[in-house]
Design a protein around this ligand. Structure first.
Ligand code: NAD
Length: 356
């Protein structure tokens, strides 16, 4: 891959490689677009097969963050850091402080946070060297309940669009995955008196937890979840679960969950769902609750304000569904249109000179 060609094609601003000789820290930070504000994106630690794989992952994830933040109405751009290494071997105070120094060197153009294989504790070390880090212990807290809350409101919007009524007590749900987000989503659905909830899991501990805490929620085997006669299928586990095999099985009228990159092929499977008459709530819009919550750390954290912002996912999705309908495109494509339009509009707004 020629990096400059790739950056030019997709509009990236900056790609930084760094290596710390003391700790062996090896990583890449990508900044995709900062039209709306500083690029924010977590730090992912992964034992990549090659430097090329790491670079591509970083570029792809940074771009995803641009659209996610833009669609969430946040004044943030998109960025990401990937660290190349074995999470069981490389982690230490010095390792993450070294990372903090590189984050600081970008002088606020990039703000980091936790991601796969990095934790709030690691970010506390990063924070010793830079203020450009969010998701710290004692601040906005665990993002997952907030992500689930956003998904809950996104499900309400989807119900309103399809059935003209968002009263959860009238509908049935199939939730795939009851980890950090699926677990809380089920709690919110139960609080709203959902008519019936099925769940599937592969982690026995999580199955037992659900059966113990909520015996009324019915377990089904992982391969049975797609074909259930329910109103909403909610993927809260892995990516790429909407594909050539699963889509023909789905009987639900709505697909709305927390999982990232849920369409195996964004274009093809987005259109396939549309053609089958299934309303798909685009992943990067419906699962932005955690990002919205952490963004509030930058504004001096206030939980009520964060929750109010997360509730706006309801109206935002309705707007996106309308774009999809009017332009006869998939809801995923409509979400991209929506995000790009906001970036373009704010960019144009800033084109006249205002003395400071
Ligand atoms: P998690 O790892 O806590 O939970 C996922 C659960 O899915 C696990 O319990 C796992 O056992 C289960 N699972 C995996 N494969 C399965 C299968 N084939 N069938 C049934 N269950 C299966 O993760 P999470 O934090 O809940 O995140 C879930 C998804 O949401 C991920 O795609 C993540 O990227 C996305 N997401 C999470 C957040 C957040 O705040 N946690 C924010 C945005 C997006």
């Amino acid at each position: 891959m020629n990096k400059f060609d790739y950056m030019e094609k997709h509009g990236y601003e900056q790609m930084v490689y760094f290596f710390d000789k003391t700790t062996g820290l090896k990583g890449i930070t990508c900044i995709h677009n900062t039209t709306l504000g500083p690029a924010l994106g977590g730090t992912r630690l992964w034992n990549y097969d090659s430097e090329e794989d790491a670079a591509l992952d970083c570029l792809r994830l940074a771009r995803g963050m641009t659209y996610k933040a833009a669609a969430a109405g946040l004044n943030l751009g998109g960025g990401k850091t990937v660290l190349i290494g074995d999470a069981n071997k490389v982690k230490s105070e010095a390792y993450f402080r070294a990372l903090g120094r590189y984050v600081q060197s970008l002088n606020g153009r990039y703000i980091t946070a936790e991601d796969v294989n990095t934790s709030t504790k690691d970010m506390d070390y990063v924070h010793m060297e830079t203020h450009h880090v969010v998701g710290l212990e004692g601040k906005s807290g665990n993002p997952s309940p907030m992500t689930a809350l956003g998904v809950f409101h996104g499900i309400r919007a989807s119900l309103k669009k399809v059935f003209g009524n968002d009263d959860i007590s009238r509908y049935s749900f199939a939730v795939q995955g009851t980890g950090q987000t699926g677990y809380f989503l089920i709690k919110y659905l139960l609080e709203a008196n959902a008519k019936k909830i099925y769940f599937t899991e592969i982690n026995q501990k999580h199955i037992d937890r659900m059966k113990h805490e909520h015996p009324e929620v019915e377990f089904v085997k992982p391969d049975q979840i797609f074909a259930l006669e329910v109103d909403v299928f909610s993927p809260c586990a892995l990516g790429a679960v909407l594909n050539d095999d699963s889509i023909p099985q789905i009987k639900a009228k709505i697909v709305a969950g927390s999982a990232n990159n849920v369409l195996q092929d964004e274009e093809k499977h987005g259109v396939m769902l549309k053609d089958k008459g299934i309303l798909y709530a685009p992943d990067f819009v419906i699962n932005a609750g955690g990002l919205i919550n952490v963004y509030h750390e930058l504004l001096s954290y206030n939980k009520d304000r964060a929750v109010r912002d997360i509730e706006k996912i309801f109206d935002r999705l309705l707007e996106i569904f309308e774009i999809a309908e009017n332009e006869d495109i998939s809801t995923y494509a409509a979400a991209r249109v929506y995000a790009k339009k906001r970036i373009e509009t704010i960019n144009n707004l800033h084109s006249n000179y205002i003395p400071r």
